[in-house]
Design a protein around this ligand. Sequence first.
Ligand SMILES: NC(=O)c1ccc[n+]([C@@H]2O[C@H](COP(=O)([O-])OP(=O)(O)OC[C@H]3O[C@@H](n4cnc5c(N)ncnc54)[C@H](OP(=O)(O)O)[C@@H]3O)[C@@H](O)[C@H]2O)c1
Length: 246
Amino acid sequence: MKIALIGFGKMGKTIKSLAEQAGDEVVLTIDVENKAHFTADNLRLADVAIEFTRPETALENVRTCLEAGIPVVCGTTGWLDGMEEAKAICEANNGAFFYASNYSVGVNIFFAVNRYLAMLMDGQRQYDVRMEEVHHTQKLDYPSGTAITLAQGVLSQISTKTDWQKFLQTTDNQQFEAAPNLLPIISKREENVPGTHVVTWHSSVDTIEISHVAHSREGFAKGALAAARWLVGKRGCFGMEEMLGF
Ligand SMILES: NC(=O)c1ccc[n+]([C@@H]2O[C@H](COP(=O)([O-])OP(=O)(O)OC[C@H]3O[C@@H](n4cnc5c(N)ncnc54)[C@H](OP(=O)(O)O)[C@@H]3O)[C@@H](O)[C@H]2O)c1
């Protein structure tokens, strides 16, 4: 598979290394310094583009790939407002677009477990639910895209919460309270944490907690490469549920 990498930060570098180990070829690498090379002609050297950049540039990068006729796998989080437009661009160009807030297979299993647990908890009014996510200090957005997906999973199953509310914990011992109808998501930023998510259901007599802890970025990179391989030759907008067959 010939890959164009859009964004050559922590994820772009991990993907390149794993792609080359798997015998794939990175034919184009675009970063902030060489954006002049981000042209349709250069993109067409690749079978697929993989985009991991910044929230404010993701939509335009996806547009450039789709208008060049190149399938694009996007992992940049924090730009959910632009997602419907990305899907419309994909449709208008009869292209292929894959988005996941988290490309780790384990996290996608965790999403399914989270929804199932929330379904069981609907009606168990003695429990209240909250979420915590921890990431490295360079992460720009909060809460994480993964936490938003987890929150949407809970909200889809229970009638007591109508939305989520974000909080950023900057010092120890901070206490956060959301309105009863809101699901609190508490974000923490600590050195060298690839990504930890915890969903807690608390009652006066016990606590049920499920968590996912990423050990490195490799799980995300492997999932993005698997998505790229799966996407080539397809038309439409896809996510991990389609690829994993959930
Ligand atoms: N979906 C998932 O599974 C998953 C997993 C991990 C991370 N992520 C997300 O992926 C994104 C990137 O993460 P990361 O850890 O790789 O961040 P990072 O290390 O900051 O890398 C982002 C790279 O993109 C470059 N960039 C910025 N704007 C660009 C543009 N317009 N065109 C091309 N390159 C551009 C940045 O350059 P400068 O540093 O010079 O700005 C940087 O090298 C974040 O949104 C993160 O939350 C998603």
